[in-house]
Design a protein around this ligand. Structure first.
Ligand code: SF4
Length: 303
């Protein structure tokens, strides 16, 4: 949804929200399932790890009775366990069912598409590379579907990788496109066949393009979302390339008036795990801070 908030007073900055920002299809679907289950279930309701990478939302879910467990060992008979958007390995899913829990799968369909692509490439004899962050839950889940795959996060790692004749690539859904391009070009020409299945999801593409376009015009960019959210961190990196005054926050409480000094256009974007209500509260808070930020020059604000 596009939200554009323009102040009528020409002396105050315009606050513009990127055309595509905030909660994606997969996150909205998972949150709806979690809230409905929390209300309806008789036994305890858990998520295996945080449902999404947004600590504010995780606290909100806890107050609705949906709590986080770290492992299937903590899940007892009669409980309901929600598998989160990032997906899990087949072994984890089996362990949850073996523990006697009702398993509800909130894995995003785009993550599942990546799992299927990884399985297919391995079955067709490709050496599999997952472009993504080593240790990220989504990457761990994909590794469970393609044991032995190589995880590569940077062009430098790609340049150092030992390659076989046929190499296949799948990508963590929230990776930055530029990183994928740089990694592919570091691998090109070093194997006989290089097959890339671009599994970066559409929501990620759209949010990155919209953030980049807005950051190119904005004096200040505010990026909202969990610091543990890969897609939000990538958005912040993209914005910082175009707008030096980029700030990544989780909640409106972190805003500082000095950030906005002398700014004519303040851009706002948010990671795919940030609900619209959080974006609205940050926009409202920035507008309340306008007067204070106008008191200093941009140089003073950055000092
Ligand atoms: S960012 Fe994409 S892959 Fe991840 S939950 Fe959202 S729609 Fe699904």
């Amino acid at each position: 949804m596009t939200t554009t908030c323009e102040n009528v007073n020409a002396a105050t900055p315009r606050v513009v929200v990127a055309d595509k920002a905030g909660a994606c299809f997969g996150v909205e679907r998972a949150l709806k399932l979690a809230l409905e289950t929390g209300r309806a279930a008789e036994g305890p309701v858990h998520t295996l790890g945080p449902l999404i990478h947004n600590p504010v939302v995780v606290r909100e879910l806890e107050s609705s009775g949906v709590t986080v467990v770290a492992s299937t060992d903590e899940v007892g008979e009669g409980a309901t366990l929600l598998l989160r958007t990032h997906g899990v390995t087949p072994a984890v899913e089996e362990a949850a069912r073996a523990a006697g829990a009702t398993v509800l799968d909130a894995t995003c369909p785009f993550v599942k598409k990546c799992h299927r692509a990884a399985e297919r490439l391995v079955a067709e004899g490709y050496q599999l590379i997952i472009v993504g962050e080593d240790g990220h839950p989504e990457v761990e889940g994909t590794l469970g579907h393609a044991p032995g795959a190589l995880v590569i996060g940077t062009p430098k790692e790609a340049a150092a990788a030992e390659l076989k004749r046929k190499v296949g690539i799948v990508v963590q859904t929230t990776q930055a496109e530029d990183n994928l391009r740089a990694i592919v070009s570091a691998l090109l020409g070093r194997c006989e066949e290089l097959r890339v299945i671009d599994t970066i999801c559409e929501a990620t593409h759209e949010r990155q393009d919209a953030a980049s376009a807005l950051a190119g015009q904005a004096d200040v960019m505010v990026v909202i979302g969990g610091r543990n959210s890969a897609n939000t961190r990538h958005l912040a990196e993209i914005c910082a390339e175009h707008c030096a005054r980029t700030h990544h926050i989780e909640t409106a409480d972190e805003l500082e008036p000095a950030w906005f000094a002398g700014a004519a256009l303040i851009g706002v974007t948010a990671g795919a795990s940030t609900p619209q209500a959080h974006i609205d509260s940050v926009v409202a808070a920035i507008e309340r801070l306008d007067a204070a930020s106008g008191a200093a020059t941009p140089a003073e604000a950055e000092a």
